[in-house]
Design a protein around this ligand. Structure first.
Ligand SMILES: [Zn+2]
Length: 108
């Protein structure tokens, strides 16, 4: 009998944890990253779909990766590589800037 009770309590705990996890997930405010080149919107990408996007600019290219609701520049041929070194972003108004290419990735 005691074992059954324990399993019941464990199940309740798992259900509560799942419920909490789902609501916390849904609360995530932002779902879109806006990529712009030289101040002009190039593309809005969904953060809920993993993928990579290659941005071609007159100065060179940047590759943006969307993974697990975060956006990051994983590759670029700019001379300073600062955009690649910046850590991934996911909160609204966070951004990654590539100055040489005038590329901005911003969470909406
Ligand atoms: Zn760069």
């Amino acid at each position: 009998m005691k074992k059954k009770e324990l399993i019941f309590v464990l199940l309740l705990f798992v259900a509560a944890a799942l419920f909490y996890g789902v609501t916390a997930y849904q609360k995530k405010a932002s779902d879109v990253a806006a990529i712009s080149i030289d101040g002009t919107l190039w593309k809005e990408v969904s953060l809920s779909e993993d993928g990579t996007y290659t941005i071609e600019t007159p100065q060179g290219y940047n590759i943006v990766q969307i993974q697990k609701h975060t956006a990051a520049v994983i590759e670029a041929d700019c001379p300073d590589q600062l955009c690649v070194q910046q850590k991934s972003i996911k909160q609204p108004h966070e951004m990654i800037v590539c100055l040489p290419h005038k590329v901005v990735v911003e969470i909406k």
